[in-house]
Design a protein around this ligand. Sequence first.
Ligand SMILES: Nc1ncnc2c1ncn2[C@@H]1O[C@H](COP(=O)(O)OP(=O)(O)OP(=O)(O)O)[C@@H](O)[C@H]1O
Ligand SMILES: [Mg+2]
Length: 369
Amino acid sequence: MVLRRLSLRGFRNYKVLDVDLSEGVTLFSGSNAQGKTNLLEGIYALSAGRSFRAAKDSEMVGWGEEAAWAKGWVSGGYSEFTVSLSVSSAGRKTARLNDVEKIRPSELSDRLNAVAFIPDDLDLVKGSPAARRKFLDLQISQLSPVYRQTLSVYSRTVLQKNALLKNYHEMPDAPRLLDIFNEGLVKEGSLLVKMRSDAVDAFAPLAADTYAYIADSGEGLEVTYVPSVEVGHRPDLGSVREAFARKLATHRAAEIARGACLVGPQRDDLGLSVGGRTASNFGSQGQQRTAVISLKLAEAEVITASRGEAPVVLLDDVLSELDEGRRQRLIRRFLGRCQTVITATDAEYAFSMPGCLSYRVTQGEVGPA
Ligand SMILES: Nc1ncnc2c1ncn2[C@@H]1O[C@H](COP(=O)(O)OP(=O)(O)OP(=O)(O)O)[C@@H](O)[C@H]1O
Ligand SMILES: [Mg+2]
């Protein structure tokens, strides 16, 4: 799919922006704090219905504005359509298809897919398991409404069970309630485990391949699924259910004593290693960055395979951190495969990208480079 045109109104530091994008690579260059990341955030919000960095979506509303609004003109498959998202300063979000049809903001990803790499994404390697779970969840949710729904029900049940465990000894009927919650967790959680396991299976070899290509060395990136409920390789749903139910039973007393949930996919992790060593502990800056980019690019390939259309790839400030060889190979890997929008402080990069459309960003305005 191709995002042909983007409009922003009252979005971060953009009062009014209307800009055409290339089918290939579009480069937005500019000094620090001019609005480069904000622009990518606008595109991302049109695909995910939420910001890629703000804790609260209302942070996207320009200071002094009542609402932020973004709209994209998309050519996908055999159709042309528009998607739009408005966010009020109170945080109310409205998403629309073709200006009229209201859809849920999370359903925007059924229309437009984007994969973003922003510097914060280094948390995927360096941060806690929560960052890696979020990556998995976002990736699978983009492609599966069933996963989105299951994750939402599962997360709600975890909250309810935690509340019960906290006041377990004061609650009447607590043992029976705990049984009911555990039954729900096994039902929904096992599906999450199965879908996560399948997803990692699909993208781990793609990530390894991309890493080897960009790094141009023998060292490999290994991605593994590390579930809280131990299951074998390619588990079937029945065996996940049994393993999860068993683990809940053996941890029942401990959960009551601790007053919190101790097992389940809310405690899963992804293992990332480069050349056989844990990337967070032993990877260099460049290796960690290349690992995260490879994960994101693998995500783009999974989306392409599943949708039959490539997502828009958003790369925020990645070029400057890579050596010339890695930079060239990253660009070569993407030219002609996905529509790519790149930001950089240096406009010179345009010369290494044939056919690149290049803009300059200055204080929330976009002009020719
Ligand atoms: N809600 C908002 N309303 C108005 N301006 C905002 C809002 N949020 C952030 N800004 C401002 O937008 C400006 C541009 O931010 P942005 O992160 O896009 O910069 P950038 O061009 O990516 O810079 P860098 O090269 O440093 O990453 C910043 O000066 C920031 O203070
Ligand atoms: Mg930035």
